[in-house]
Design a protein around this ligand. Structure first.
Ligand code: MN
Length: 247
């Protein structure tokens, strides 16, 4: 085990007690900031990776996401990806790499598909938990609100495109709010474990549209689930942090 590194001042945004606890237990934030990567908190810089705690109580997103769904999704699905990844990279050069580097190194290589899938799913889920908040929804202001108006015309148009991406993703996958290299915002959908970093897009927020994310609560009604997330659980503040970090 390596010792925890101190957090950078920039990483310690005004925080709730729960969030301070999470920050206090997280490492490797500085490396992500230096690399300009999205702000993903994780417990170690290299394998063995650990399951990051949820940034809120498992009842906090109810009724849009029940404690039952969160318990399985975080405690079984997310943890399963962490455990699989640790087994797959053990004893290989990948074991010394940070998570993002494993994702980027194995992307597009069929012979490393299992490692990519588990590494990307660890990353995606950690980012997903942070993309949600019990006090989410509403209308983002500031630089994020201005960028949304500039690049989508309105928040309503962004929501329309995001919902279309979420419902249009055939089968399992993810629906993202991203920013490209020129600073332009857009919506992207990815299948299975695929994610935007491998496409030179920086994620600002993500919605998990795998059936395991909503089926216990919403059954087949993916559109209703996503609409409810956008109404009251999507964490615009996290998007604003990620946008500001990328300059
Ligand atoms: Mn999931």
């Amino acid at each position: 085990m390596t010792a925890p590194r101190p957090l950078t001042a920039a990483a310690v945004a005004p925080a709730s007690p729960a969030r301070r606890h999470l920050l206090a237990s997280s490492l490797a934030v500085g490396a992500a900031l230096v690399a300009g990567a999205p702000f993903v908190r994780r417990a170690r810089a290299a394998a063995p990776f650990t399951l990051p705690p949820l940034p809120y109580a498992d009842t906090a997103l109810d009724p849009v996401i029940s404690a039952n769904t969160l318990g399985f999704h975080h405690g079984k699905h997310h943890k399963g990806y962490v455990d699989n990844l640790n087994k797959l990279v053990a004893g290989t050069p990948l074991a010394d790499m940070p998570l993002e580097q494993i994702v980027m190194t194995t992307a597009g290589k069929p012979e490393q598909g299992a490692i990519f899938n588990n590494a990307a799913q660890v990353w995606n889920h950690t980012f997903y938990w942070q993309s949600l908040s019990p006090k989410g929804g509403g209308r983002p202001g500031g630089a994020l609100g201005e960028a949304i108006d500039r690049d989508f015309g309105s928040l309503d148009e962004l929501r329309k495109q995001w919902l279309a991406a979420a419902t249009g993703q055939f089968g399992s996958g993810w629906a993202w709010l991203v920013v490209d290299g020129s600073g332009k915002l857009g919506v992207a959908k990815t299948p299975n474990a695929e994610m935007p970093l491998t496409r030179n897009l920086r994620p600002l927020l993500v919605i998990d549209v795998w059936e395991h994310a909503y089926y216990l609560d919403w059954q087949n009604r993916r559109a209703d689930h996503v609409t409810a997330l956008l109404d009251s659980r999507i964490h615009w503040g996290f998007a604003a942090e990620n946008l500001a970090r990328g300059g």
